[in-house]
Design a protein around this ligand. Structure first.
Ligand code: ATR
Length: 265
């Protein structure tokens, strides 16, 4: 029996165990996926434990996505460019880190039928989550504009990943194919970081927040006639890609989405 799991702090509300175990069960794969709650000061010991116990693979979440890189033998160039590892695979004792968050973003946009080549895309926020989003948008050929409360942070982001930086106060002048919300504003609260008038300038809107599933950002985007993409889509697609890396098999996507949705309720 292989052991897989999510490494984070906290992880009690993670949807990953439900999602991965549903897929493992459906495919009859002899593995279990657990939740490892590791405070930052114990991360070095935890990574020694991963090796000693022969844990097969990890999903890595907040606050370990950057620091986990110190404990790996190999890091995929894309993860290095994004500056975060959200997936670790134990390859016969050698730990390899990669990033599937950007793939989750890319697939969510593709599934919505958006072709971003040569089109403008606006990103709200410039934190860790925004980095994977900007990478995915640049890969899709979009012209990226990053709007952030702290302009310097947006400038630093576009300097390493490309695009143009603006203060969040200028968001009402933004327009393009899609606007993507990556801040924690709206998480468990009825708030949105952008005025609702801005949605008239976009064809689609995506929120990375999925608690609630229908955020104020998405509700106002929908009311303005935008196509909307919820944050659970990205979570499931990034998890599906991890599942492929862990097991070499294609997971049942609908089942993973349903399992995550069920756990969310
Ligand atoms: P994550 O890794 O989840 O992206 P993070 O790195 O802490 O988290 O980044 C949080 C993002 O949300 C930042 O872009 C932050 O803006 P600042 O760089 O100005 O701090 C943004 N953010 C958080 N609270 C916000 C608020 N009330 N209004 C606007 N932006 C906010």
């Amino acid at each position: 029996m292989r052991v897989l799991g999510v490494l984070g702090y906290p992880v009690a509300h993670s949807l990953s165990p439900a999602m991965h175990n549903a897929a493992l069960r459906a495919l009859g794969i002899p593995a279990v996926y657990g939740a490892f709650e590791v405070p930052p000061d114990l991360l070095p010991q935890a990574m020694v434990g991963v090796r000693a116990l022969g844990i097969g693979g990890l999903s890595v979440t907040i606050p370990h996505k950057e620091t986990v890189m110190l404990y790996l033998e190999e890091i995929d160039p894309v993860a290095r460019k994004i500056g975060a590892v959200n997936t670790v695979v134990n390859r016969e004792g050698r730990l390899w880190g990669t990033n599937t968050d950007w793939i989750g973003v890319k697939r969510s946009l593709e599934e919505a039928g958006l072709n971003l080549r040569g089109r403008r895309a606006a990103v709200v926020g410039a934190g860790g989550a925004a980095r994977a989003v900007v990478f995915a948008l640049r890969e899709a050929g979009a012209e990226v504009e990053v709007y952030n409360r702290t302009l310097e942070r947006a400038q630093a982001l576009v300097q390493s990943l490309g695009g143009r930086a603006f203060p969040l106060s200028e968001i009402s002048q933004a327009s393009g194919e899609v606007i993507i919300q990556t801040t924690s504003v709206g998480l468990k609260s009825w708030e949105s970081p952008v005025p609702k008038e801005v949605f008239h300038n976009f064809r689609a809107a995506m929120d990375l927040v999925y608690v609630p599933l229908r955020t104020r950002f998405l509700a106002e985007a929908e009311a303005a006639g935008c196509l909307t993409i919820d944050g659970l889509k990205m979570l499931v697609y990034q998890g599906a890609e991890q599942f492929r890396l862990f097991t070499g098999k294609n997971p049942p996507l609908d089942l993973m989405y349903q399992a995550a949705l069920e756990r969310l309720k």
